[in-house]
Design a protein around this ligand. Sequence first.
Ligand code: FAD
Length: 327
Amino acid sequence: MKSFNHFNAKSVREAITLLKNHKGRAMVIAGGTDLIGILKDRILPSYPEAIINIKTIPGLDVIEESAAGLKVGALAKLADIARSQKVKKNFGVLAEAAKSVGTPHLRNMATIGGNLCQDVRCWYYRYPHHMGGRVICRRKGKGTCYAIKGDNRYNAILGAKSCFAVCPSDTAIALSALEAKIKIAGGDGTRFISISDFFTPLGNSLNRDELVTEVRIPNPPQGCRQRFLKFTLREPIDFAIVSVASVINIEDGVCGDVRIVLGGVAPMPLRAKGAEHVIKGKPLNSETAEDAARAAVSNAKPLSRNAYKIEITKVMVKRAILSEGRR
Ligand SMILES: Cc1cc2nc3c(=O)[nH]c(=O)nc-3n(C[C@H](O)[C@H](O)[C@H](O)COP(=O)(O)OP(=O)(O)OC[C@H]3O[C@@H](n4cnc5c(N)ncnc54)[C@H](O)[C@@H]3O)c2cc1C
């Protein structure tokens, strides 16, 4: 690992000032479970000259209820989110997603801010520099996406244009189904942004002097069905091949508000709007679930080695929406 300067920020303001002063040559560290690997393998074309530790900022690890919903600080650990009664009570899909991440050790270190901001796991993008040189690909600003013609079995089948790496964050999929907003602090003040606007085809929309400070989740309809399901190759320590988060409100026996979000299949959390449309106003049964599953993948454009994800997605969508889930 190359050397860098290390700063313990005492406040959000100090972290922003440090980011600003380093003009794009500094990175934030929270749990470090993603960043340390990136630095060790030197996968990025430029190496940060400073690392700004935000774990030293007090009060950023809260999990708090309010009349409007739930506030989760960027430093809240995934383990705490997974076992929090406040989360489990009304935001079960998020508790399930947090619990599905990695191992207990990892969840005890990883923060929700870091989980949302983590880098992709595409093996071309992540190729270690010490094994013959890092791969400079479309996501790193130059050239092509090597997955298009290469070994693309874990890459996107939906919604990708220039980079086919999939969004690695499980909590992003659940938060998207809950219509959460991310609070961002930076040199120009604070702003709130939806999950769909936070993720971009090649990363996220943070400016170089900004950091995530909080996630705000509005209260979902009382008693709505919530589910997060994930298909992995190596149970239980693995990234999603496919995941599905669903939040469905049943009113008078038919689906009212419906949100179905797919993970592991697209560069960003992907709202399956076709599937939502199919079941809205209808009762949930195996027939409507089958129709929704088909609609969820109707726009799929698999690469040479990942068409298998289509069938898995259909099964996962069907299972998620038919499952009673957490209420
Ligand atoms: C073995 C293994 C298995 C894993 N399995 C899964 C899985 O199943 N599902 C899943 O979702 N993830 C998985 N992960 C990824 C893991 O969840 C992430 O590494 C973790 O959530 C990152 O959180 P962190 O606090 O450690 O972030 P860090 O490693 O500290 O940071 C990650 C990135 O986010 C940036 N960052 C961190 N916090 C902020 C902030 N508040 N504002 C702005 N930028 C910030 C950092 O600069 C860095 O770029 C796995 C990782 C490993 C090593």
